[in-house]
Design a protein around this ligand. Structure first.
Ligand code: CP
Length: 314
């Protein structure tokens, strides 16, 4: 099946087959990254602009590395040092970047919907690197890719997502990806951060941490997204940790084979104890590493590349 999308805005709009195509392309790029020469000429002559209006470590660096591994030129925009501080709009900034001959924009913005808005405005591809509490598609693609490396096909696999679901774009993208891949997803946390209406998305909601963890094959932790919370959703951080933080006692409720995931940045001692984050059941740094191949796949496919071309060369 040919790849027909120019933009990657949301997992919600992808079919299961498209998710699997991205995963297959990711696997091929991952093999290339294990060679002594890790660079391919797929995007030689193209210029990628990373347009980040919110802080980022993993996503921004992984997109930069992915672009460089594909032989593209990459420019990372620093919102704090740009003309947006003089009142320039997102629309004008993006149209100017297009006029400067960029070939693709990767956008992170606090406003949900801003990547979709730019994709309709511009003639060049747009990839969403996180928009408000809406979606973070490449994060869910790397998370599900990492799960598949450990578990194989995700159909029927029990995945617990624990923490601040309400304000999390990572949770939303993972819910879409995991349900399309037919995993059995349970969201856990305080009722203020995990409201019952999430069940409309085809997942379970639980506030009983012990029973949810007992069944889990994957537990994905999420930090509290303070930057998007206008009011308190629990009495104190200490109380959140005492009720829902993953510590040694609670980890003992897990199946010994269950893996621990976190999209980062982690808040050690809040949603996860330090020794668990660093334990051999944690795959947190594997997620980060897989982020490069996933972003290579996203950049390559949205630039007009076809999966078959990579699958046959890898
Ligand atoms: N997971 C993630 O998006 O991390 P960054 O905010 O550091 O990019």
């Amino acid at each position: 099946m040919p790849w027909n999308r120019r933009n990657l805005i949301a997992i919600e709009e992808l079919s299961r087959a498209e998710i699997e195509q991205i995963h297959a392309t990711t696997a091929a790029f991952k093999k290339i990254l294990q060679r002594s020469v890790k660079k391919v000429p797929a995007l030689r002559g193209k210029t990628i602009v990373n347009l980040f209006f919110e802080p980022s470590t993993r996503t921004r660096i992984a997109f930069e590395m992915a672009a460089k591994r594909l032989s593209a030129d990459v420019i990372s925009f620093d919102a704090a040092a740009s003309s947006t501080t003089k009142g320039e709009t997102l629309r004008d900034t993006a149209q100017n970047i297009q006029a400067l001959n960029a070939d693709l924009i990767v956008l992170r913005h606090s406003a949900a919907g801003s990547p979709l808005y730019l994709s309709r405005l511009l003639n060049i591809p747009v990839i969403n690197a996180g928009d408000g509490a809406h979606e973070h598609p490449t994060q869910a693609l790397l998370d599900t890719f990492t799960m598949k490396e450990h578990l194989g096909a995700l159909k029927g696999r029990k995945v617990v997502i624990l923490g601040d679901i309400l304000f999390s774009r990572v949770a939303r993208s993972n819910i879409w990806a995991l349900t399309k891949l037919e995993a059995d997803v349970t969201l856990v946390g305080p009722s203020t951060l995990v409201p019952h209406w999430f069940t409309d998305l085809g997942v379970k909601v639980s506030h009983d941490l012990k029973s949810a963890l007992a069944d889990a094959e994957v537990v994905m932790l999420l930090r509290i997204q303070h930057e998007r919370q206008a009011s308190s959703h629990f009495p104190s951080l200490g109380e959140y940790t005492s009720m829902f933080g993953l510590n040694k006692t609670r980890a003992s409720w897990l199946n010994p084979k269950a893996i621990i995931m976190h999209p980062g940045p982690i808040n050690r001692g809040v949603e996860i104890d330090s020794d668990l984050a660093d334990s051999n059941r944690s795959v947190i740094l594997e997620q980060v590493s897989n982020g490069i191949a996933v972003r290579m796949a996203a950049l390559y496919l949205c630039s007009g590349g076809q999966p078959e071309a990579v699958l046959t060369t890898a």
